[in-house]
Ligand binder design. Structure first.
Ligand SMILES: Nc1nc2c(ncn2[C@@H]2O[C@H](COP(=O)(O)OP(=O)(O)OP(=O)(O)O)[C@@H](O)[C@H]2O)c(=O)[nH]1
Ligand SMILES: [Mg+2]
Length: 289
């Protein structure tokens, strides 16, 4: 995504994609989110009442922009923070238990994670009800590997005598997991560093997803290669296959119209580009912007 503020601010809203366009910027703007000079977009997903807005407020401070999602009466909040010289646009998604588009909130959250193609999606979970909360985390990880799981309300869990083994959970899920108590501003710096690591590639995500249900295996095996042919760069062909089996009209249209393919253009590798490992000063590296 462009780090030149003038580039992203002057980008035409109606642009459908061209050689000079960053597909991430285009898809995010189509969903009503302006980059405003930010380098990356981060989505905050989670079940209702898990502390998403508390995390959002802690990270973005008072500079927030609120409005509605285009064509919907669902409220949207955006803000920004900076870390290690990069600016991150943070988008607070509606609280949902799933991403199956069964409600407008679910549709908004699902569309943003899929079509908005955020550079990282943080799933805020409730440490006192992890089992239920991980259902949504798995659904997000099925769509995008660039996921960080935030186990919030750790203070509340402690009060109730619940312990959460963060390294074990991380090993189980295959994506970074960070413990926070957002209301006390605990763990937020670590959360930001995890997001920065996922965005710059220094933290690898290898989501460990549940196996395909046996009764769907044959059909999924037939559909996945077709999806991969139509959208070679897609990280989530199995998720698309699930949606097609369910008869999800929106996803079918996005596949047939080339909308999905435009989100995942195939890039040729560029020689000589090496990710520098992240250095930590030990001090807070997060700033509101
Ligand atoms: N004890 C404790 N309370 C928290 C923490 N984080 C958030 N809360 C409280 O939990 C309640 C819900 O927090 P919100 O940030 O509004 O949760 P949300 O996920 O945005 O909720 P919805 O947008 O309605 O889905 C508020 O009363 C917060 O103060 C935390 O880490 N510890
Ligand atoms: Mg909220």
């Amino acid at each position: 995504m462009s780090s030149d503020p003038t580039q992203s601010n002057t980008h035409p809203e109606t642009c459908g994609g061209c050689n000079s366009c960053d597909p991430n910027a285009v898809s995010t703007q189509r969903l009503g989110v302006k980059l405003d000079g930010c380098d990356y977009v981060v989505a905050l997903a989670g079940n209702p009442n898990t502390g998403k807005t508390t995390v959002f407020n802690t990270l973005t401070g008072l500079k927030q922009h609120t409005g509605n999602w285009p064509g919907k009466t669902v409220a949207r909040a955006e803000g920004a923070f900076a870390c290690r010289g990069k600016r991150y646009k943070l988008v607070d998604l509606p609280g949902t238990y799933s991403l199956l588009s069964a409600s407008v909130d679910e549709e908004v959250a699902r569309d943003f994670v899929l079509f908005g193609k955020p550079d990282c999606t943080v799933v805020v979970t409730d440490a006192t009800a992890l089992q239920r909360n991980l259902n949504l985390a798995y659904q997000v990880m099925e769509i995008t590997p660039k996921t960080v799981v935030c186990v919030n309300l750790m203070d509340e869990a402690k009060r109730k005598g619940i312990t959460v083994d963060i390294p074990a959970l991380e090993a189980l899920l295959g994506v970074p997991v960070v413990a926070t108590a957002a209301r006390r501003n605990q763990g937020i710096d670590k959360l930001v560093l995890a997001v920065a690591g996922v965005v710059d590639g220094s933290l690898k995500c290898n989501p460990k997803l549940p196996p395909t249900p046996a009764k769907l295996q044959k059909t999924v095996d037939e559909i996945v290669p077709m999806v991969k042919r139509m959208v070679p760069g897609i990280p989530s062909p199995r998720w698309v296959a699930y949606r097609l089996i369910e008869g999800d009209h929106r996803i079918r249209q996005a596949l047939l119209s080339g909308e999905l393919a435009s989100l995942y253009p195939v890039h040729l590798p560029v020689a000589g580009v090496v990710n520098q490992p992240a250095q930590s000063s030990g001090q807070s590296e997060v700033a509101h912007v």
